[in-house]
Design a protein around this ligand. Structure first.
Ligand code: PDD
Length: 286
């Protein structure tokens, strides 16, 4: 069951006009929200980031947080599986093709839920391969825009060589992954790039930094040079659907000793524990 512009229906029945500006221009934004035990994880933070993305492209938020909350709850209830991920997609709506904003056009709102398939244990035990590439995206990577062509091409470069992610480098510094945030562990310190217009402010990224702070894991948020990435003891990727994964090969060379390290093991466990606590409702998830 999906939601489209006021109605719930099976995905096979969902239709949008070809003149939707999402289709014509990629003119829209999206969110991906994990759901554990039928409860959306960090909902308030995801809705805040959605607002930031909408503000960034000048679309008025079509719903209040309470309305989003209600729509998402109905979608979770109408789909199978306790663990799901919600995909929210808002475009500038349907209008005759013209780059300039149309007047008086209602945004298109689409939401779907899919099963949340977190990485299997074998992959967490071996770690995954990544490659590096030059970050050739625009300068508003803080907006979660649906126009993802650069990310699609960059991620495919990894897949083409049997790797799972592309670590992006801009002007000698690491920004993020094609579809994830990247952390570096060097000399026992967890390094994270600072949030700015060059990367998506990841919700998982925030959770990892909060967990590090709460458990006295030495941590620095600062620019990370390409050299530091290439000489890291550990590399970690984070996202709402992949949670935390160890990158154990970069551009065909082992990262550290080539197996998942202690920082990964600790953060992964803390993340799983935190999820359980949130799901039980023992703490707020914001
Ligand atoms: N992507 N950076 C980019 C470019 C991303 O696409 C994502 C997530 C992240 C991680 O953000 P978060 O922790 O909030 O998921 C960072 C989602 C999962 C996607 O496009 O499917």
């Amino acid at each position: 069951m999906i939601y489209l512009n006021g109605d719930f229906m099976p995905i096979e029945e969902a239709r949008i006009p070809v003149l939707d500006r999402g289709f014509i221009f990629g003119d829209g934004v999206y969110e991906v929200i994990p759901v554990y035990s039928r409860r959306p994880f960090r909902l308030a933070e995801h809705l805040r980031r959605l607002q930031h993305s909408l503000d960034g492209i000048r679309i008025t938020n079509p719903h209040t947080d309470a309305e989003w909350d209600d729509l998402l709850a109905r979608l979770i209830a109408g789909n199978e599986g306790d663990d799901q991920y919600l995909y929210l997609h808002i475009t500038r709506g349907v209008a005759k093709r013209d780059h300039a904003f149309p007047k008086g056009v209602a945004p298109t709102v689409f939401i779907m839920s899919n099963p949340l398939l977190t990485p299997p244990k074998e992959l967490l035990a071996s770690g995954v391969a990544a490659i590096t590439a030059s970050d050739n995206r625009w300068l508003r990577c803080d907006i979660k825009a649906i126009s993802l062509l650069p990310n699609v091409l960059l991620r495919q470069m990894a897949v083409d060589v049997g790797a799972v992610e592309t670590v992006l480098l801009r002007d000698g510094f690491m920004t993020e992954g094609a579809a994830s945030n990247i952390f570096v562990m060097k000399d026992g310190i967890l390094l994270a790039p600072p949030k700015n217009h060059l990367m998506l402010p990841g919700i998982t990224y925030d959770v990892v930094l909060e967990l590090a702070a709460a458990h006295d894991i030495p941590c620095e948020v600062r620019e990370i040079s390409e050299y530091e990435v290439r000489t890291a003891q550990e590399l970690l990727l984070t996202s709402s659907t992949k949670e935390i994964m160890p990158i154990t090969r970069l551009d065909g060379k082992p990262v550290g000793d080539g197996s998942p390290g202690r920082m990964f093991a600790q953060l992964y466990q803390l993340y799983q524990n935190y999820k359980v606590t949130v799901m039980r409702g023992n703490t707020t998830d914001s």
